[in-house]
Design a protein around this ligand. Structure first.
Ligand code: G4F
Length: 346
């Protein structure tokens, strides 16, 4: 099996690449040209995989570049994970979030339809599509009410995926993934912001943690568990959409409490609310019902909330102390494999 992953340098892309490699797949990834020019910083999560995967330079903003890559390889599966995925940034620059997320998805679908219609397609939908929730818990049939340009772009990508499935018969499915975290999470997301700051406070390198809405409630799982569900969706007889969630939700405050307790500190002494981290329109509470994924895919999450918090704090403590941690920080520059240019790239 030959799989293409867009967004392979991200948290989910790196875990998915490992998972597919462990199952004997030939794994290809799309990367932006800017990433190639800065491999030491941009390839930290896939550094250890570079001699086992094939990377192709392309941009989600350029249809010709995606067309060129798809025209050269007979992909069986395509996992479209690449996106501007930080909700707060989508308020700061809604235009580029929309351009990348909506057009990027449309270009991928159009290139596959034209060149490789038998390739199965996975779209990374999001629980942010539920936004101002109409029912609790949220399931596949819950109506969408996105609250940010990011959420709106994901609803558009979800609908494009459905339309290509219905109009052109593509095997195109969307995962509606609730928040999924882990030691490879980007530092701008609240979980990693908390665990990395806890580690720095413990090491005497920081004295405060400034956050926005402490009462926001999320259904947090482990990204490693969630990439298994992505692949399972493409192994079914027919393309369908699935909610992927733990069915448990916790507040940002509870995450702080556990993370600080992991290093024997009381969060109340360090956490301060800072208005600059509040969002113009907040998604107050999300909790998913993954019954369909459990019964149809046979999927189960394996990591509990306290285990997730502990793993992330322990990893960040190692990073602060200069010990080996995830993502690998070893030098990737010397081992970047030969890359094939794909049309107009940035
Ligand atoms: O960690 P977050 O930035 O993730 P958010 O907005 O829920 O989105 C993540 O999960 C989605 C799946 O539901 C993905 F689609 C999306 O790409 C991304 O991975 O924020 C979580 C909550 C929010 O309610 C936010 O307002 O934490 C609250 N929060 C409070 N203080 C903060 C902060 N978030 C961030 N990033 N930084 C803060 O200081």
């Amino acid at each position: 099996m030959k799989a293409l992953i867009t967004g392979i340098t991200g948290q989910d892309g790196s875990y998915l690449a490992e998972h597919l490699l462990s199952l004997g797949y030939e794994v290809h990834g799309l990367v932006r040209r800017v990433a190639l020019e800065d491999p030491e910083r941009r390839f930290t999560r896939i550094n250890h995989l570079l001699d086992r995967i094939q990377l192709h330079a392309a941009s989600l903003e350029s249809y010709p570049s995606l067309f060129a890559v798809v025209s050269r390889h007979a992909f069986d599966e395509c996992y479209h994970l690449a996106a501007q995925s930080f909700v707060a940034e989508s308020f700061a620059d809604g235009f580029s979030t929309m351009n990348t997320n909506i057009n990027g998805t449309h270009y991928m679908l159009a290139a596959l339809r034209e060149l490789r219609p038998q390739c199965r397609f996975y779209f990374a939908g999001s629980s942010e599509m539920f936004g101002l929730v109409r029912e609790t818990p949220q399931q596949e049939t819950t109506p969408f009410h996105p609250r940010s340009p990011y959420g709106i772009s994901k609803v558009a990508g979800f609908e494009l995926t459905r339309n290509y499935r219905e109009a052109y018969g593509l095997f195109a499915a969307s995962g509606i993934l609730f928040n999924h975290e882990g030691p490879r999470r980007g530092f701008e997301f609240v979980t990693r912001k908390i665990t990395s700051t806890v580690a720095r406070i413990k090491a005497g390198q920081a004295s405060q943690l400034r956050l926005g809405n402490l009462d926001a409630r999320r259904d947090w799982g482990h990204a490693k568990d969630y990439v298994r569900a992505m692949r399972l969706m493409l192994q079914q007889n027919a393309p369908e959409d699935f909610v992927v969630a733990t069915g448990e939700s916790h507040t940002v405050r509870e995450f702080c409490e556990l993370a600080f307790a992991e290093v024997d500190l009381d969060y109340r002494s360090y956490v301060r609310v800072d208005e600059q981290f509040l969002r113009p329109a907040e998604v107050g509470s999300l909790i998913g019902d993954a019954s369909k994924a459990r019964s149809v895919l046979g999927w189960e999450p394996t990591c509990t909330f306290p285990e997730l918090v502990r793993e992330m704090v322990q990893n960040d403590l190692k990073l602060v102390l200069g010990q080996t941690a995830e993502p690998s920080t070893a030098n990737a520059g010397a081992r970047v494999p030969v890359l094939e240019a794909g049309g107009n790239t940035d």
